[in-house]
Ligand binder design. Sequence first.
Ligand SMILES: [Zn+2]
Length: 266
Amino acid sequence: MAAVGLLDRLLAGSGVERSAVVGAGVGIPGPIDRRTGTVAQGAILPEWVGINILQRLEDALDLPVFVDNDANLGALSEVTWGPHTGISNLMFLKIGSGIGAGLILNGMPYYGNVGITGEIGHATIHEHGLVCRCGNRGCLETIASTTTMIELLSRGEDKPITPEDIVRKAVARDSATLRVVDDAGLAVGRALGNVANLINPEVIVVGGPLAGLGELLLDPIRRGLIRHAVPVIGETTTLTMSSLGDRAEALGATALVFQHAGIRRN
Ligand SMILES: [Zn+2]
């Protein structure tokens, strides 16, 4: 399994003894059913559905393994290593090929009943919108996922553009890219408005491959949030890009292991 090779290379490269490793943290870009440790339906990885990732990795790595959804790990990393240490109510929104949220409520990661929370990507935005991979219509992901943005902006191109191209073209003020980013941000803000009304977060952190858009994406999200949230909630919720970049989920995975191993950050 590729993970075994990765671990061996990492240990050899860092000079750390295997006996000093307290566990492995793993992030999956899809929902994890915490009752069984399996990847649940609705994941962006359809061929992984029903696989007991926890058991498979523990057998292969011969280490304690802790598995979580990547957006949950992003949230955990922001309150553990990021600039939001000490924030009790934080939401991490990952905008990528899927859109998911991780929640810290009252200082603790929130897992709900079976561990599947933050499925904001499937909030209905347009009743008669495009059909989504979940089978519904007009979900947030059909407007604001990188997959949708790439589809819209690749028309007329020789090959599909990348998330990095979206950032580059938006910064260069390409009008079609700016329009797609604006539409996406407004839709995200609208969905966030509903969630913010429900949980009143102090901070919402946006992460994922479009983080380089900065205010170009945050501005329409903020407009959508303010339009759809109760005024005092919209005005008092801090909206920011993740400063941890593409390391957010990996850092969250280490925080997950430390949490379970009872190791506190000093
Ligand atoms: Zn959907």
